[in-house]
Write a protein that binds this ligand. Structure first.
Ligand code: PMP
Ligand code: GLN
Length: 380
């Protein structure tokens, strides 16, 4: 058939994980933890399945989970969300992003995406018949240039997408960023998609500035998160979307004919977990900060230069002291010849900055895994 997505191949995460497996490399490429899911969560999942929660869940998500999410939003962000009208449980953040785009973006319209951007954004936009308008973040700090965003807005702009903490850089938006963005969107018909899947993985005492905290932005926003990131279970594919009632209503029209509902047993398990151990998410920053700090210290013994990591579980490294290769070639070489898989940054860009020599390493790993990788990286 004539392809609908001519610029899309197999995702870089799949490509690099397959290459890592084929060459027995330590896989710091695709972002996923290699340590176990909390025991209480596993027990709750098994209990849910044994109790017979194996049939379709309600389309919007089971009520106890939607209420537990509302409780979390009140506890963490001090905001009220209506569990019935504003929260929808989805099959991961990926599904939520797809649904949000398809709920409001029409053929011929434009969506502003800040590059480097997570790879599922643009295909969702293109499948809606719309066009992604790429605005680059700063090549080193990954801060947005709001003047450039303002200049990219046209009468066809229907949505802006933001992601904080940011994949791949870990950069975080400030309250001032949100304020500036609110000014740009005021009196427009532009919706906002805020990808906050790393909301709990923030470091050095910083506060995650959720769009939910900004009343004006919240009125026009789909805020997306993922239990996979918070509970070390990326393979369960469960997440949620918080949006005002009218937006949620449109969002649910897509969700109900995309998947209808999401994995029921895990919904029960997360409802139990959120009630029983609300402090889990509050401990996540310290848990990952210890990993980040140790890994960065270890990287000092290599010729890779680590960039700052304010949040998330990825470490960007500048490899220009090691190699002249472009990032895709470097990551292949590193995987095949040196036995450590990494992710190049260029697939996150419509047009990568020329001469950028950055690779992404995931530190959501046991210390043994990171030690094994460092031992190999010391030989560069
Ligand atoms: N957005 C970002 C920024 C991500 O890093 C990821 C996961 N890699 C997702 C969305 C997708 O999350 P999920 O696995 O819950 O679909
Ligand atoms: N979000 C993960 C990452 O950035 C990958 C998820 C996937 O493989 N689709 O590495």
């Amino acid at each position: 058939p004539e392809t609908k997505l001519p610029r899309v191949g197999t995702t870089i995460f799949t490509v690099m994980s397959q290459l890592a497996a084929a060459h027995d490399a330590v896989n710091l490429g695709q972002g996923f933890p290699d340590f176990p899911v909390p025991g209480r969560l596993l027990e709750a999942l098994e209990r849910a399945m044994r109790a017979g929660h194996n049939q379709y869940a309600p389309m919007t998500g089971i009520a106890p989970l939607r209420h537990a999410i509302a409780g979390k939003l009140a506890r963490v962000y001090g905001v009220e969300a209506d569990a019935d009208a504003e929260i929808t449980v989805t099959s991961g953040a990926t599904e939520a992003i797809f649904d949000a785009v398809h709920a409001v973006v029409r053929a011929g319209e434009e969506v502003i995406v800040l590059d480097p951007a997570y790879d599922c954004y643009e295909p969702a936009i293109e499948l809606a018949g719309a066009r992604a308008v790429h605005v680059p973040l700063h090549p080193r700090t990954f801060a947005p240039d709001w003047d450039r965003v303002a200049a990219a807005i046209t009468p066809a702009t229907r949505m802006v997408m933001i992601n904080s903490p940011h994949n791949p850089s870990g950069a975080m938006l400030s309250a001032a960023d949100l304020e500036t963005l609110a000014g740009l969107l005021r009196d427009t018909g532009i919706w906002l998609l805020s990808d906050e899947v790393y909301e709990h993985i923030v470091f050095d005492g910083a506060r995650h500035e959720s769009v939910l905290r900004h009343p004006e932005l919240r009125e026009r926003a789909f805020v997306v998160s993922s239990f996979g990131k918070t509970y070390h279970c990326t393979g369960w594919k469960l997440g949620y979307c918080v949006a005002p009632p009218a937006l949620s209503e449109e969002f649910r029209k897509i969700h109900q004919y995309n998947v209808f509902c999401s994995f029921a047993p895990a919904q029960h398990a997360f409802a139990t977990m959120l009630e029983a151990e609300p402090e889990h998410d509050e401990r996540l920053g310290a848990f990952y900060q210890a990993k980040r700090d140790r890994f960065r210290e270890q990287l000092l013994g290599t010729r890779l230069v680590p960039l700052p990591v304010p949040g998330g579980y990825f470490q960007l490294v500048d490899y220009s002291a090691v190699s002249e290769l472009d990032d895709a070639a470097f990551c292949r070489w590193l995987t095949i010849e040196k036995g450590v898989a990494a992710i190049p940054l260029s697939p996150f860009y419509a047009s990568p900055p020329s001469g950028q020599r950055l690779a992404r390493l995931c530190f959501a790993k046991n210390q043994d895994t990171l030690d094994a990788a460092i031992e190999r990286l010391q030989g560069l």
